[in-house]
Design a protein around this ligand. Structure first.
Ligand SMILES: NC(=O)c1ccc[n+]([C@@H]2O[C@H](COP(=O)([O-])OP(=O)(O)OC[C@H]3O[C@@H](n4cnc5c(N)ncnc54)[C@H](O)[C@@H]3O)[C@@H](O)[C@H]2O)c1
Ligand SMILES: O=C(O)C(=O)C[C@H](O)[C@H](O)CO
Length: 233
């Protein structure tokens, strides 16, 4: 049975990933920095919940340190501060959670994954490819996650660790609520999405499940869109 840590595992996409992995018998440790989110998460067999802040080394060490085995790491923790990211402190915070937090967890998992010949899936975005309105820090962080993924894949292949990223399109979660509530932004996004709908967290989870599986044994350093065709148009 594979043991996998999912950061942001009690939020939108992370929770979808956690459910998908638990559904195929993985032992999932879903971590979040929000105690309220952990309290609200419905108990599910195969999913253990832990409080962990990806920006806090001691908190990350407390989760990864005691583990005797780890087969997978899925970095889903992320924030976006639409409209506020021109404030330099907000800019730095977004980079710290989305990019530095991803690297912090990759480093915390490295030795364990080298032993298990395990795999990492990072969460990039459409905004790894192009900039988004009002989100300069988020866009920069996601460009960074994409490049970090390729860099680690190249460096850690010798250790038997595969490192890939997903690039979700426009998925129905808390993060996109503001866009879905804004008719102008929502219509613009749907107009450019060939499948003409928002994605579901389970559809992202299915891609992550495959990337972590043996079926993806020759796949590393890739950034996979799951976007209803958004990047194709
Ligand atoms: N929703 C989308 O359309 C979309 C598209 C592309 C990429 N993404 C990315 O997917 C990931 C998940 O996004 P979502 O839409 O599910 O957002 P969400 O806001 O629903 O969930 C984010 C999760 O991250 C956790 N988190 C935030 N800061 C943290 C920290 N410091 N330490 C640990 N956990 C922390 C939250 O508690 C929450 O569980 C993010 O990296 C986001 O950038 C989302
Ligand atoms: O551009 C925004 O305001 C977003 O919310 C970005 C999306 O959540 C997502 O990352 C797009 O892939």
């Amino acid at each position: 049975m594979k043991k996998v840590i999912v950061t942001g595992g009690t939020g939108g996409i992370g929770a979808g990933v956690a459910h998908c992995l638990a559904g195929v018998g993985c032992k999932v440790i879903a971590v979040s920095a929000s105690q309220a989110e952990l309290n609200a998460f419905p108990p599910q067999e195969g999913i253990e919940l832990r409080l962990m802040d990806v920006t806090d080394q001691a908190s990350v060490d407390a989760v990864f340190g005691p583990l005797d085995r780890l087969d997978g790491l899925v970095n889903c923790a992320g924030i976006l501060r639409r409209g506020d990211e021109y404030d330099i402190d907000v800019f730095q915070r977004v980079i710290d959670v989305n990019l530095v937090g991803t690297m912090r967890c990759c480093l915390a998992a490295q030795t364990l994954l080298a032993t298990s010949k395990g795999s990492i899936v990072n969460t990039a975005s459409m905004l790894s490819t192009f900039g988004g309105p009002l989100v300069p820090a988020y866009s920069a962080s996601k460009g960074g996650v994409s490049q970090l993924t390729k860099s680690l894949a190249g460096e850690w292949a010798d250790d038997g660790i595969r490192v890939n990223a997903i690039a979700p399109g426009w998925i129905e979660t808390e993060m996109t609520q503001g866009l879905r509530d804004n008719p102008e932004r929502a219509e613009g996004i749907m107009a450019r999405t060939p499948m003409k709908r928002w994605g579901k967290t389970s559809e992202v989870g299915a891609l992550v499940r495959w990337l972590l599986s043996e079926e993806a044994s020759f796949v590393t350093g890739s950034v996979y869109p799951v976007d209803g065709g958004y990047l194709a148009m």
